[in-house]
Design a protein. Sequence first.
Length: 167
Amino acid sequence: MHKLTEPVLVMAHGALRDKVAPVRAGAGKQTESHRYGTSAQDTVHAGRAIAVRQLLAHDDQVAAYNGHHEAVRESLRVVGDPVVDQLLAELHLRAEHRAALGVRPDQRLVLVTSTGCAHNLWLDQPGLMRRLVTELPSDRYRVVGVLHPNIWHSYGKQVEHVLHDAL
């Protein structure tokens, strides 16, 4: 990204507030981990900040940049999380959303979500959805899976096959 000539704006996305990735050296040995977008390699090139602005969802994310180049820290702006804002704005519609998912008032909703990166719940625990659906009493629980679009793109038919009994 440091080769771009136009100003760069960085904004995190995804279902999780912070995503931590292992950093591997050599033959796959994990040496450390870092939050996406917060390591020096992600934010600085040749002593200057890559992005003119980095948008963060929460105040507590600013701490991840302690010790970074001053220009990087100056580029940070906490702008909120539009998905959380929307969920909070629609709390009064909770019953309607649950009904749309087939969840009765006397049932508990179990939401399972997975990213599309290399280490994700779908690949690491492929039988989890089936186990939840078969082991949790269906009269008391409704299981809903939210898979990243990359999973559907890469494993579409396999996803349908594995989840056939659970669908």
